[in-house]
Design a protein around this ligand. Sequence first.
Ligand SMILES: C[S@@+](CC[C@H](N)C(=O)[O-])C[C@H]1O[C@@H](n2cnc3c(N)ncnc32)[C@H](O)[C@@H]1O
Length: 449
Amino acid sequence: MRPLDRFVRIVYLLGHTSGDAMTPTDTPESSGNESKPYKRRPRYAGTHPKRYEDKYKEHDIESHPDMAAHLRAKGITPAGSHVSVLVEEALACLRPGPGEIVVDGTLGHGGHARRFLEALGPSGRLIGLDVDGVQLERTGRRLTAEYPNVSLHRGNFAGIAGVLGKEGLSACDIIFVDLGISSMQIDDPQRGMSYKHDGPLDMRMDDRLKRTAANLLAALTEREIAEALRDLADEPDHAAIARRIVAERAIRPITRTVQLVDLVFEVRGLTRQVWRHQQRSSKSPPPHPAARTFQALRMLVNDELGCLRELLRIAPYCLRPGGRIGVISFHSGEDRLVKQSFREGLHTGVYESAAEDPITPTHEERRQNPRSAPAKLRWAAKPQTSDHRPCARGRRTSTGRQSLTDTRWLAALVHHAAVDGVDTSSDTCGDYQRMYRRLGCNDAADGVE
Ligand SMILES: C[S@@+](CC[C@H](N)C(=O)[O-])C[C@H]1O[C@@H](n2cnc3c(N)ncnc32)[C@H](O)[C@@H]1O
């Protein structure tokens, strides 16, 4: 036997005797499923897989319940899955009932959706939306196999009116969104969303979007970058980080996550070694130095605040009388928008009741799932009878010039979106005026402020 062959054989045998690194089901002889073509597990160094793509058991966690329990006990979310947050709390305040229609605007791994479906029963209906095609496909396959009353749309929740139109509905009973990204998206290095792994600086939830984070870093001015870091993530070193990014891109393009992390470390005067030491020696370790930079960029790439603003503006018109909306946010900027919108809705009578304070995860939930820590849930409910008028910015006008009920207004809107393929997420009054005139609703057009 040649030395190289001997070495390969030793590595192979070690693999077979090192516990977790190889299981009986990995061998072709013992697969027990003759119809499935044999697929060898990924090779990795050491006894445990460290890279995302090597964690093959975690990617199929339903088949490895022991592994799921083991990781959850350690507060770790298995790769390729997502632990839903504030589930019981969301159900308690949104109260889904048999026969109702729920729009889950952020389907993700389908954790909340599944619980809604259980409460809706066979006569209810769940409409699931996600901008991430991969996610939607994977979750959709699991949910539709179990529940016939699910329909799925790849789309942005800002376009909820158009989706209702496609479903032949003018309104629904519950709108629910669990903002931000899923653990699957954070953990996959190819999505470029995490400072923890090296990967392309992409950050798009929806791969149909034209601009990645790398494109934005190449195109924005120093001032625009600094403002984004300040406004979207309260980054205290926003000016210095923006300056460093602009200096670096003059030398070479910033296309990898690790490059961006290095730049932030430099600005902070930190090395990775010092940072690791700080983390280990502190009882409550500070957030990662690049966490805010990554958050701001991701929110910018996906226009996360813009989408939320649009949803909050249009939601009252997409809810039936007595309808409820629930929003889970993970960032103070998002929570502020939700709080303001619900408060304004209470003031104008669009909503009858709303959460006074945000609902946050219990100590136990945070221990089991540390990623739940920043979550805040707010809800609002419409009165049982309501007659709200259309308005370009979602406010009831005092002019009294508008005469459509919200149902008729919504019907007009969804018709326009579904039949004419018009983007109803537009925020300009001119677009609304044109739309109403086209639909022959001149009184509504005149009333648009
Ligand atoms: C936090 S996860 C949702 C997890 C889900 N509630 C669960 O229990 O598994 C957020 C999901 O919403 C999607 N998403 C984020 N913003 C969106 C938007 N504006 N429109 C539609 N989907 C969105 C993301 O792609 C991601 O899959």
